[in-house]
Design a protein around this ligand. Structure first.
Ligand code: FRU
Length: 475
């Protein structure tokens, strides 16, 4: 027997994992077009890249149970962002310096190799010692870790909770962003009391030196996780996952929040200069965290996020699988506003939209796209087990409510989420069994959330003005 949270992967465990995967494959709530764990718990997307003709998605993974156990990097690849093939376990926390897990990080291609950066989680009785590590994937797909961390320890005044390297290139220099926590007085169990973003620099990807903290124009809570930076239509988009920011203006209601900044990362002056004063959560749903962005096959900016947040209990946890990733989303800017919409490759995998002529429809599938124009008031599911989405023109608020679900999820964090939208033109809802993504005005605002229902194909239009159409997922 093994400690159910602390086991790291050995090739001899194939049988154990095959048995678990077989159990998971019987779940009635599995998605078809979202990446999900074949067993165990999946969280953050890591190391996203288009490399050697394939898309590579790595992810935080504990394969043995549906719990946040010892973190590995799982790995899956695709040619088309639709069909994914599972690869060997990419990073196994089997070295002393990473004994408490291979935590999140990103990847960049350099000299024909893919450099993978991650946090080597290292706990001591006196708290964590911050260590950042690197592995290199060669063109033949083999992955080799460096024998020692590339950054060992945290700068003065910062907690050992320092993680999630995001490396990028600018003006022929390599830079790394790290999320951390600064002590300004109070110490909350290893964390400081202010979330911070750190900048490191390197000439060769191997040797790194600390530059400084980056000044951010937002509340960063007590800890910042998973920074991610990408150029979209000429501007910098910085995605952050702060812990401990409080609810404001109807936003940030989840356990942990995500924030998007659009503007310019001014490296010389060590600050992010925003193009707008609006501080927006990235997604307004219940289950979205730790997004990471990267450049796709045609250098187009794409992001994936963890389809989950924190540690909610699901009634299906005994099925031994938990969470997944969002659909890949193309990033675009409209002036200063970030739009995210499913990549065109994936959109093609749905049937052409067919108009819906009645107020009620039973779709004979759990996997479909629903498109609405001319307003929004709908319920998905049977009368005793459904969620609703409603637009109120007077307040300009779109309200998603899980109040009517038979299987309530995490009600202590509220049963409704809202997003403000001045003029609602279109709504696209992607139902993938228990994984649901909603896009308002093709990604001006979005809601990602889980819902475990017996009948997700039952659709009720609660306002007869709405023009609705749908297309089934065809793969
Ligand atoms: C975010 C996070 C990261 C960390 C990883 C561990 O969800 O907490 O900060 O690297 O998950 O799995």
């Amino acid at each position: 027997m093994f400690n159910p949270k602390e086991k790291y992967y050995h090739a001899e465990d194939q049988d154990i994992l095959a048995t678990l995967a077989n159990q998971v494959s019987k779940s009635q709530y599995l998605p078809k077009y979202h990446i999900y764990p074949k067993s165990g718990l999946m969280n953050d997307p890591n190391g996203l890249a288009y490399f050697q003709g394939s898309y590579h998605v790595f992810f935080q993974w504990y394969p043995y149970d549906a719990v946040h156990g010892l973190k590995h990097w799982g790995h899956t690849t695709s040619q088309d962002l639709i069909h994914w093939s599972d690869q060997e376990m990419a990073l196994i926390p089997n070295q002393e310096f990473e004994k408490n897990g291979c935590y999140s990080g990103n990847a960049i291609e350099h000299d024909g190799q893919l450099f993978l950066f991650y946090t080597a989680n290292y706990k001591t009785p006196a708290g964590k010692i911050a260590k950042q590590a690197m592995a290199i994937m060669s063109s033949d797909g083999s992955i080799k870790k460096l024998a020692a961390p590339i950054i060992d320890g945290a700068p003065e005044g910062l907690s050992g909770e320092l993680r999630d390297p995001f490396v990028f290139e600018r003006d022929d220099q390599f830079y790394m962003l790290l999320g951390g926590s600064k002590f300004t007085g109070e110490n909350r169990e290893g964390f400081g009391d202010e979330g911070v973003l750190l900048l490191y620099q390197s000439d060769d990807l191997y040797n790194w030196h600390y530059v400084a903290l980056i000044d951010l124009p937002i509340d960063t809570g007590y800890m910042l996780e998973c920074p991610s930076l990408i150029k979209v239509d000429g501007q910098d988009v910085l995605m952050l996952s702060p812990m401990g920011i409080s609810e404001s203006a109807g936003q940030f209601k989840n356990r942990f929040a995500t924030v998007q900044l659009v503007g310019h990362l001014d490296i010389d002056n060590l600050k992010f200069i925003p193009s707008t004063d609006d501080v927006l959560e990235i997604d307004s749903g219940f289950d979205y965290y730790a997004p990471q962005a990267f450049y796709g096959e045609h250098q187009q900016p794409i992001s994936f996020a963890w389809f989950g947040c924190g540690e909610p209990m699901y009634t299906i946890d005994q099925e031994k699988w938990k969470h997944g990733l969002t659909m890949p989303q193309t990033l675009t800017l409209n002036d200063t506003h970030l739009y995210r919409f499913p990549v065109p490759e994936l959109l093609k995998a749905f049937d052409t939209l067919t108009p819906i002529q009645s107020l009620e429809l039973q779709i004979e599938s759990k996997y479909y796209r629903l498109h609405l124009e001319g307003g929004c008031h709908i319920a998905i599911g049977d009368e005793h087990d459904s969620w609703t989405l409603k637009y109120d023109v007077k307040t300009s608020l779109v309200t998603l409510s899980r109040a009517g679900l038979a299987n309530q999820i995490d009600p202590e964090y509220g049963i409704e989420r809202q997003a403000k939208i001045e003029q609602l033109n279109t709504v696209d809802i992607f139902v993938d069994n228990s994984f649901i993504e909603i896009y308002l005005n093709e990604g001006e605002r979005t809601f990602c959330f889980r819902s475990f229902q017996d009948n997700v194909g039952k659709l009720r239009l609660l306002d007869h003005q709405i023009k609705a159409s749908y297309g089934q997922y065809t793969n």
